[in-house]
Design a protein around this ligand. Sequence first.
Ligand SMILES: [Zn+2]
Length: 408
Amino acid sequence: MAPPRPSAAEAYVKLVLAVGQHDADYVDAFYGPPEWRREAEAHPRPLREIRAAAEALIATVAAQPVGGDEIERLRQAYMQRQLQSMVARIDLLSGRRMSFDEESQALYDAVAPVYGAAHFQRILDRLETAVPGAGPLAERVEAFRQRFVIPRDRLDAVFAAAIDECRRRTAQHVALPAGESFVVEYVTGKSWSGYNWYQGGFHSLIQVNTDLPVFVDRAVDLACHEGYPGHHVYNALLEKHLVRDRGWPEFSVYPLFSPQSLIAEGTANFGIEVAFPGAERTAFERERLYPLAGLDGATAESYAEVRDLLQQLGYAGNEAARGFLDGTLSREDAEAWLVRYALMAPERAAQRVRFIEQYRGYVINYNLGQDLVREYIEKRGGTADRPQQRWQELAQLISSPRLPSGLR
Ligand SMILES: [Zn+2]
């Protein structure tokens, strides 16, 4: 009698873990059977062998009959597309060159629109008015922002308050798994500013990078994005609904360079405005976080105006990445572009280019992801004037395996 054949889902998880032996950033989370990871570590497989197995598995999954339920169809399409992105990541690791757009299509199932200098200049012109004075705009904005830095010894209190509020707001609308929890750690020497490491069992480790000064708006950003209703909730809901309730093991692994990341980053960013509609964010920051940070709440409105304009410059980061990765911008040029069009301080621009070097086209997942998620949720009735519906659509999206191309 032959042993039972491993399911396609199990084979998929093992292939992700196998790629992880060649690419330290690839496995963002894994909480399936620990012996699967030990097996991947003990018997590393060559990339070309993993690639061939992934191609074969795509064909196997495509040939499987699928039930009539939408979620069953999503599951099948999702696993095929995740595997295709794995093949593309293996090709990149093996030295294949792709353009920025080819890579983002292959890995994230989406291509970011191109914006030229004129697009960003219009937003910069508005910032010229919002932050008047002499000298280059980037320096003025940086000097203005320096007044809103959270002192290092107050960081933890400010973040704790922000996380409590984000969790409170999320729990009013989303059924959080019982016992979900997280810990926050402060780290240095990273190319990112925050990271959620999902541990399984509804538990997360949230790391905050303190290499550079942390501005007061990062508290709500980070608490929503990494925590509630962002990555922590996203991973916990996938574990609850797909891994545990449905018994679908493929969701116990999260390959970072895959379409899953556009959904993860897009919902984490859009989740900020879902949790704090309209003026609620600034009101909360002014009344609760500014005092904890030792900052003057009377300045919260003017900072929020600048913050919103700076956020509209987000796509400038994509253009820096596009130029740097396509070879039309040198490192210095890319940093200078970020200083000029994203108004980053030079050391922040340098950190961002290191991020681009490490994570490449991943940068599109934040802004394009947010825009695609917003469009999708609004199209389904979750518009700004219907906050309940917004929450419902968001909760459903982060509990199901939908692909970026399926958001259109
Ligand atoms: Zn994120």
